[in-house]
Ligand binder design. Structure first.
Ligand code: SF4
Length: 438
């Protein structure tokens, strides 16, 4: 039955009596409460007691638009399947929500494909193309909130348009779940090295407290004024540091090495290891809600088995996301699959030039890769070290010599500007194909 057609029931006088058309309502979830709802069978929606009168207005056939707060995206449409009732059976970790409503999922997208509300600008009555204020958020602050039929239908249509991609997601998830991680050997480095000290601190933290997992309100991505938003993981758990990294790694000192940052990196790492698909979904939703145009994979830390899986899954499911993968590990870098939206940036220095050959010997699955060269403190890079190098960085972005001797497009602009804020966002060479093509 078409739910938008008026339902008729037999009246007591024997004549059909028209009843109201099904209405649209907004239903609020967090990523976690959506998962808990699904784990419980996806047939019971819950609300606070003070919402009982509003919930009683919902009738079988009414539609609930499933909206994820914080990430500001729609993940499905449900149909009310019966009258509300009171029940205190635990379902959700952040509350009892005892006013229960039987529901049936009509349309559902994997979280990685959730439709950001911003993508519906110009299609929703309260969200015109020109909207620059946050006045629209009143429409998504409470639930169940009545929505107009045209707005509800616009959401339902946008979700339906992504359904074909959801089929790919199911087969990709099966493939991802078939992968098995192997324990990684611990790296031992001297405590005189910057990275050695950080690894020791991380190990002390590991023995004192478990990594835990990201809560619903934790951000997955970390912001950086130079390179934008990134996925950061612990050096101690993921990196294969070169002799130069050990001394000069910028991520082993300052804010990224503070306890809270390390704790967050460990949570990101643990979450990706335990569920690469769920992690990819969170990255996609955060990317959308922040309105990003690229992310850097490994602002700190490096690739590992599950992060390769995550990048490959994310790239395939969301070809509109631009992913800049920075790495120094040949075997993992080679497993990043060809995708037009993923750029593998393999970082070399004078101690690790042989990793270039190692990466090539591993037969990279993507042609979208390039090499960069990171200078040591005070190093004047010899031209023979820069063969096949697309991007050159000086230590601390401070050139040690006349730059005219190097091809102009190879010298990263970070070495030449006085204010490095937002330079990557403007330059984009590492993630728009220019470095790959050079
Ligand atoms: S070349 Fe451009 S995109 Fe790459 S690191 Fe430098 S500024 Fe950023």
């Amino acid at each position: 039955m078409n739910p938008r057609v008026a339902i008729t029931v037999a009246a007591t006088d024997g004549r059909p009596k028209p009843v109201r058309k099904p209405l649209f309502f907004l239903g609020l979830f967090t990523v976690e409460s959506w998962r808990e709802f699904k784990r419980h069978g996806g047939q019971v929606m819950g609300f606070n007691e003070k919402k009982s009168k509003t919930v009683a207005r919902l009738q079988p056939g009414d539609r609930i638009l499933c909206y994820l707060s914080k990430v500001s995206a729609f993940v499905g449409v449900m149909e009310v399947a019966g009258p509300s009732y009171l029940d205190h059976t635990p379902i959700w970790s952040d509350g009892v929500f005892p006013v229960r409503l039987p529901v049936r999922i009509v349309t559902e997208l994997p979280l990685v494909l959730a439709v950001p509300i911003h993508s519906l600008k110009g299609q929703l009555s309260f969200l015109p193309l020109t909207m620059t204020t946050t006045g629209w958020t009143i429409y998504v602050r409470s639930s169940p909130r009545p929505w107009t039929a045209p707005d509800g239908e616009a959401v339902a249509k946008a979700l339906a348009a992504r359904l074909p991609l959801a089929q790919d997601s199911a087969s990709e998830i099966n493939r991802v779940e078939a992968t098995q991680s192997k324990p990684r050997k611990r790296i031992k480095l001297p405590l005189t090295a910057r990275v050695g000290r950080l690894i020791q601190r991380t190990e002390l933290m590991v023995s004192a407290e478990p990594a835990g997992s990201l809560g619903s309100y934790d951000n997955v991505l970390s912001g950086n004024k130079v390179t934008g938003y990134s996925v950061n993981v612990p050096i101690a758990e993921t990196c294969l540091p070169t002799a130069m990294c050990m001394k000069t790694c910028y991520f082993a000192v300052g804010a990224p090495s503070w306890s809270n940052s390390l704790r967050h990196q460990r949570k990101v790492h643990a979450s990706m290891q335990s569920d690469p698909v769920a992690f990819a979904e969170r990255v996609a939703m955060e990317y959308d809600s922040l309105g990003l145009t690229f992310i850097r994979w490994n602002g700190g830390g490096d690739l590992f088995e599950e992060s390769v899986t995550t990048v490959n899954y994310l790239a395939k499911m969301r070809p509109d996301l631009v992913i800049w993968v920075v790495t120094r590990i040949p075997k993992w870098a080679a497993l990043i699959e060809q995708a037009p939206n993923v750029f593998v940036h393999f970082s070399l220095d004078k101690h690790s030039l042989s990793r270039r050959e190692s990466f090539l010997e591993h037969k990279p699955r993507t042609a979208n890769y390039f090499f960069s060269y990171q200078c040591d403190a005070g190093e004047v890079p010899p031209l023979e070290n820069l063969k096949n190098v697309a991007v050159l960085f000086f230590d601390n972005y401070r050139p040690t010599t006349d730059l005219a001797q190097y091809p102009a497009d190879v010298v990263c602009p970070l070495n030449t500007v006085s204010d490095i804020t937002g330079v990557c966002e403007r330059c984009r060479r590492c993630f728009n194909g220019a470095a790959v093509d050079s």
